[in-house]
Write a protein that binds this ligand. Structure first.
Ligand code: NAP
Length: 489
């Protein structure tokens, strides 16, 4: 048995309810597959409605004490958890790479970012400030923030650790308790984290985990009156469904949904530097990122030089099993992800786009059993092609040529999504104009990164509601209460 097998076996495969690891009530299990090898690596409890009810009851009970636990004590437990995650980062990263596919270094980066999120909110919880407002007739108006109650969190497979820590950290920091449903593709990263939260001293029932039947779990979470908030990261279609389902019980909802980020390269941008930024950003998690640059707008005066350098750089991207050294891009998550990319490329080529490199599934040798795809550059892309409007979620770079600033702003905004956007230029007046006009929750100016623990992360339009990270992240997990105080009768 290798150390990686040992790591894998160390992740629990049961539900975590009220501080206990338990089987699903119906005894069913789901298989977890390694996307690099196609092999089944674990069987995990397939929970459903009854298990979710139990988890909500456990969270509701735990809320009574946790919400009253002094802030310093909550902070201390969270700091311990952050330290434990850091100390265990190699094991957690290996588990993630095996079930999700991303290269080990990226997996470790994600685990450490998660620890940072726990630490950040351990500090931030001591700054959940209220206000005093002068009222009429000698009254003092107090504005206080208090926890919501039980939070239902539903997370995707592409960031199987940090999408969880981004929700759990502000939620428990503010005194809430939580029921988490992680993705069935990546449950082991979630169970391994839960075990660490338990080891760190979090009281039973503060965090609970139910893997399994998504529609059944989602329905119970959204319809329960005890659950006061749904925090969701995933596709826009499922986000809209959960938003609708939550209406009946009038919950707070935050939604981190799909994106289709524009990446605009103006004529004065340094081509070599921008190509390097684009390649490192696009092949992070093999393009399976909601903030991945998906539509690359390049000024006509530099488009030839840019695409030549880009195709050369993309040919250097090393695809492989994420546990091997030097791999830049792992497999895609599932077979259907390959079918979607094949369809987008076939549609674009049929309508006049050209393949500068890539454009096909990799099947030779070590790639035979996994879901690998050649890093791809498409040129001559237009808004007549599906790839212009549909989120890609894979290793494809579509290049679109533009000539004017207003024209490119209009093209960049021509999408239902509004999560991340990027542009490169040294012209200050243009920076001011474009960053104002882009209809996005986040704008990277001469930068390919918009996700930081200390800065608000989230989208507009069909990309979602609410913000994670930053001091704004904790506001999503509190109610504002107004108290009118008179000192005498
Ligand atoms: P997804 O299909 O929407 O799934 C996300 C989660 O929702 C999974 O746990 C899934 O479980 C669950 N789910 C599906 N149907 C449900 C239902 N009826 N009720 C309750 N839960 C349900 O998304 P994905 O394919 O995992 O993730 C990719 C998407 O996430 C992309 O669109 C990406 O842009 C977006 N994303 C956004 C952000 C952001 O911060 N804005 C970050 C990362 C990813 P099952 O798999 O069991 O159905």
């Amino acid at each position: 048995m290798t150390e990686f097998d040992t790591y894998l076996k160390s992740a629990p495969t049961q539900l975590f309810i009220g501080g206990q690891w338990v089987d699903a009530e119906n005894g069913e299990k789901d298989e977890v597959v390694n996307p690099a090898t196609g092999q089944v690596i674990a069987r995990v409890a397939r929970g459903g409605a009854a298990d979710t009810e139990k988890a909500i009851a456990a969270a509701n009970l735990a809320f009574l004490e946790w919400s009253e636990t002094p802030a310093d004590q909550r902070a201390q437990i969270m700091r311990t958890i952050a330290d434990l995650i850091v100390a265990d980062a190699d094991r957690l990263a290996a588990i993630m790479t095996i079930e999700q596919g991303k290269p080990l270094a990226q997996a470790k980066g994600e685990v450490l970012a998660g620890a940072e999120s726990v630490r950040w909110y351990a500090e931030e919880l001591r700054r959940i400030y209220g206000e005093t407002v002068p009222g009429p007739n000698g009254q003092l108006f107090l504005v206080q923030k208090e926890p919501l109650g039980v939070v239902g969190a539903i997370t995707p497979w592409n960031f199987p650790s940090s999408m969880i820590t981004r929700k759990i950290s502000p939620a428990i920091a503010a005194g809430n308790t939580i029921v988490l449903k992680p993705s069935p593709e990546t449950p082991l990263s979630a169970t391994a984290l839960m075990a660490i939260f338990q080891k760190g001293g979090l009281p039973d029932g503060v965090v609970n985990l139910v893997t399994g039947d998504a529609p059944a779990i989602g329905r119970v979470l959204t319809q329960s009156n005890a659950v006061r908030k749904i925090a969701f990261t995933g596709s826009t279609a499922v986000g809209k469904l959960l938003f609708g389902q939550s209406a009946e019980t009038v919950k707070k909802v935050s939604l981190e949904l799909g994106g289709h980020a524009p990446f605009i390269v103006f004529a004065d941008a340094p081509v070599e530097k921008v190509v390097a930024d684009l390649v490192s950003s696009k092949f992070r998690n093999n393009g399976q990122v909601c903030t991945s640059p998906n539509r690359i707008f390049v000024h006509q005066s530099i488009v030839e030089t840019f695409t030549t350098q880009l195709a050369a750089a993309v040919r250097q991207v090393k695809v492989g099993y994420g546990l091997e050294d030097g791999v830049d891009a792992g497999p895609l998550i599932r077979e259907d992800a390959i079918a979607k990319i094949d369809r987008q490329i076939a549609d674009a080529v049929a309508k006049g786009a050209k393949l500068a490199t890539g454009g096909k599934r990799l099947t030779d040798g070590a790639f035979a059993e996994g879901y690998f795809y050649a890093p791809t550059v498409l040129t001559g892309v237009t808004n007549k092609m599906e790839i212009f409007y549909e989120e890609t979620f894979g290793p494809v770079i579509p290049v679109i040529t533009f000539s004017g600033t207003d024209e490119v702003i209009a093209m960049a905004n021509d999408t239902a999504y509004g999560l991340a956007s990027y542009f490169y230029t040294a012209d200050l007046k243009r920076i001011a104009k474009v960053s104002k006009k882009l209809q996005y929750g986040m704008v990277g100016v001469n930068s390919n990164t918009v996700a930081y623990t200390q800065a608000p992360f989230g989208g507009v339009k069909h990309s979602g509601l609410g913000r994670e990270n930053g001091h704004q992240g904790i506001e999503e997990y509190v109610n504002v209460k107004f108290i009118n105080l008179k000192y005498d009768f």
